[in-house]
Design a protein. Structure first.
Lengths: 278, 245
């Protein structure tokens, strides 16, 4: 593993609502809430810091409302953070993610980042074919020759095990697992440096889940793409992530090597999560 | 003795804090041990003496409660595995420190030979050569050839153990941790394992192994460390957590 940093996140916070001076004091795991009793704002994430290295998969684990997806949405520019800093390192350049203009953000989203959502409707355009979805992303990057784009789309669908005979079909005709594969193919189209996986296997049949996880691990072996996998599923964490962050009520309550988090969790909450999964 | 240890465990202790039950559980207490290149240190002692806990502490699957675990890397850097950066630990696990346990976690679609060859492939050994070496060692460990292309997920305990051993031994790490490597093996396979461990010692690998069979200790160990169960037993504390009952 080459120790090249891809992402450095420091003190990321996201508050929904007007916020007040008491918000951070009165929320978090020790208060059993992420809603500020003083002003009613929701502290979705607070003081999130971590590093991510090339070729690594970082797991972010937590129950619904823990803020795990919020962290990722802020980094992918789906949301605007309330405070904090994130530096993205790519091809010798550094990007201060929360201080970029719209064009720079679009560039990173379209070229250097990939996102796979739990809900394929967020990641795919359901008005164009599977192949068209990938072509869309390739068109936004450098490729503009029709034949080249089609060939690359075939290559990607092949790699994600989507029958290329079906590439001209609309996503709605595909099963949930297939839609996820098309989403992954689309996300990988530009060989992104950083890939976000937001509950990618949630809601799929177990056998389909296993195949999607296999695919993700294969991608990790073949490329140096760094990934952040957000999930509430300990099995996904165990299989994919080398390191894991545990979140509750918007805060990181524990982080460490994944096997250590699962076998020797330090926090009472993590101990309960792990115990209830066995 | 002139050779320098590559690992020195100094005053290692581990106590589990079980928040839900409101108790602390001492598992290992004040353990000292060393591992030397080309030598095997055997950990012996009754059940409950914390032998596996020490190995897991060295591998950082467990966070030690106290003590130092000083490791000298291939580059000559000395670091405390208890405190080292997580990325450094992941790197060492890939390149220098191996662990053969009694359990095997693998992916459903990965073949046995791929599982065994994986550490070599990650090191950059060409796929076909890595596979050839994997098959060779699987053969030496008497794993039937018809199983090589199958996922080990459904294997018996003894078969899984052989896959684990094959992978751990083939990777030739600088430090290899072995947790009862022959516990579910027949006599013939155990003899092969002894032979393979001896070969690996000759290449300079340092080993720390838990054995229950004193015969194996006699045959393989250069140093023996005997552990005793911790003196303090379970300690109940007043659970002061914010749990909603």
């Amino acid at each position: 593993m080459t120790n090249d940093k891809v992402l450095q996140v420091r003190n990321l916070s996201k508050v929904y609502g007007k916020g007040c001076s008491k918000c951070f004091e009165l929320t978090g795991p020790e208060h059993n809430t992420n809603i500020c009793p003083h002003c009613g704002s929701v502290v979705a994430a607070h003081d999130i810091s971590f590093d991510l290295y090339k070729g690594e998969i970082l797991g972010i684990m937590g129950e619904s409302g823990s803020g795990k997806s919020t962290a990722v949405k802020n980094l992918f520019f789906d949301e605007i953070p309330s405070s904090g800093q994130a530096i993205f390192f790519d091809e010798g350049k550094q990007y201060d993610l929360f201080n970029l203009n719209a064009q720079q953000k679009r560039h990173l989203r379209n070229h250097r980042f990939g996102m796979v959502y739990q809900n394929p409707h967020l990641g795919l355009n359901f008005n164009v074919s599977a192949g068209g979805n990938i072509a869309e992303r390739l068109l936004m990057s450098q490729l503009s020759n029709y034949q080249e784009i089609r060939e690359r789309a075939i290559e990607l669908l092949h790699r994600t095990e989507v029958l290329t005979e079906r590439m001209d079909e609309m996503p709605k005709n595909f099963s949930g697992g297939m839609q996820q594969r098309v989403q992954i193919a689309k996300a990988l189209a530009t060989n992104p440096t950083l890939l976000f996986l937001d509950e990618v296997t949630t809601g799929l049949d177990l056998s389909v889940q296993a195949a999607i996880l296999d695919l993700i691990m294969e991608i990790q072996r073949e490329s140096e793409t760094a990934m952040i996998a957000v999930t509430h599923d300990l099995g996904v964490i165990r299989l994919l992530a080398g390191r894991t962050i545990v979140m509750k009520y918007g805060r990181i309550i524990e982080s460490g090597l994944t096997d250590q988090i699962l076998e020797d969790p330090q926090d009472a909450y993590t101990q309960r999560l792990v115990a209830s999964a066995l | 003795m002139n050779i320098q240890p590559i690992l020195e465990v100094e005053d290692f202790s581990k106590t589990f804090i079980l928040h839900e039950q409101g108790k602390s559980l001492p598992s290992s207490q004040s353990v000292f041990l060393k591992a030397f290149p080309g030598r095997l240190t055997a950990l012996i002692g009754p059940t409950g003496a914390g032998k596996s806990t020490v190995l897991k502490g060295i591998y950082r699957t467990y966070l030690p409660t106290s003590g130092r675990i000083m490791f000298t890397t291939g580059q000559g850097q000395i670091l405390d595995l208890a405190l080292a950066d997580e990325h450094k630990i992941l790197e060492l696990r890939q390149e220098e420190i191996g662990f053969v346990t009694q359990f095997l976690h693998t992916l459903p679609r990965q073949s046995t030979e791929d599982v065994v060859a994986m550490p070599l492939i990650k090191e950059g050994v060409p796929h076909d050569i890595a596979l050839e070496k994997a098959r060779d060692i699987l053969g030496k460990l008497n794993l039937p050839e018809r199983l090589w292309a199958v996922s080990p997920a459904t294997f018996s305990g003894g078969e899984k153990q052989r896959v684990n051993l094959a992978r751990g031994l083939l990777a030739q790490p600088r430090l290899l941790l072995l947790d009862e490597p022959t516990a579910s093996l027949d006599a013939k396979t155990t003899d092969r394992v002894i032979e393979l461990i001896q070969n690996l010692k000759e290449t300079g690998t340092a080993m720390i192994a838990i054995f229950h069979d004193m015969d194996l200790v006699k045959k393989l160990a250069d140093d023996v460390v005997k552990l005793e169960p911790p003196v303090g037993t379970e300690h109940f504390f007043n659970s002061n957590t914010n749990e909603v009952a």
